[in-house]
Design a protein around this ligand. Sequence first.
Ligand SMILES: Nc1ncnc2c1ncn2[C@@H]1O[C@H](COP(=O)(O)OP(=O)(O)OP(=O)(O)O)[C@@H](O)[C@H]1O
Length: 332
Amino acid sequence: MTDQVIDVTDLRRVYGGGFEAVRGISFGVGRGELFALLGTNGAGKTSTVELLEGLAAPVGGRVRVLGHDPYTERSAVRPRIGVMLQEGGFPTELTVAETVRMWAGCTSGARPVAEALEIVGLAKRSGVRVKQLSGGEKRRLDLAMALIGRPEVLFLDEPTTGLDAEGRRETWELVRELRDNGTTVLLTTHYLEEAEVLADRLAILHEGRIAAEGRVADVVAAQPSHVSFELPEGYFVGDLPPLAELGVSGHESEGRRVTLRTNELQRTATGLLLWARDARVELGSLDVRAASLEEAFLRIARTAEGGERGETGERGERGGSAVPFAEKEMAA
Ligand SMILES: Nc1ncnc2c1ncn2[C@@H]1O[C@H](COP(=O)(O)OP(=O)(O)OP(=O)(O)O)[C@@H](O)[C@H]1O
């Protein structure tokens, strides 16, 4: 008996017209873990999650949720999972309490309605019609529905879209509590900060493939840091010390603006500043920036669009590697 609650191997999904939306992805999510699926638009997040929820059958590969095939063994899986969709689409004339009660009536072992509303902070709005709720309150109602059956696994599809900063933070707090109480959570989101704050591990999907996967810190650590600056009139990149000696792994320059990429930020920044001091060079708009998840994400998107100048843009190993792309070796 393994504690792998979601187990995906070489999963593939092809739509009617022959379009391959999911191109052989593999990942696992352990019990009580919060796993985030990030991706550029059209990367295949929803297509993947629908396979995990058992809404469609894959054309290839294997999915197991709680040890079962969610499509062919739907009745074994469905009562144990909760799904929060992007658009709940509930009748808007019913009140909040009526809506949850209706849903609870279709769910075995449902929580009491009042408890579900209390969890999502809608207790005081129970008598209000759904059409009168704010966008954020509607999202919380969607979450109440997903929680009604005390799910072991919770699928959250863009749970904070449309929420203001406070609403987003409240939802994060709630999701964290659920995870801390043992619920396994699979989250898709466009908000990098959301993944950074919540996820134990994440995968970045691009064009149906996993471009990077791992703990947030590992995905970030696989990215280079940047030092950018403007050289004074009459200076060029060639006037800098040999870049390899500064620990630089790649660079771009446009006019006098230079950006250095490095996995040794302190060495690069120190070497550059010592050179500038000794050469009496004033570096303009100096910006020293450590790697971030946003950088990892943008880099995947940019490289896929044709590659950054001066880079090879090779893909790293799929699934399990936190290293998305190889850096071009710098010639000294
Ligand atoms: N029913 C369908 N028929 C054909 N192609 C589809 C269908 N649904 C989705 N696609 C295509 O599959 C690809 C992946 O779509 P999907 O909705 O899974 O991406 P996503 O990562 O969830 O995107 P987004 O972040 O924009 O919601 C897209 O190119 C999309 O146009």
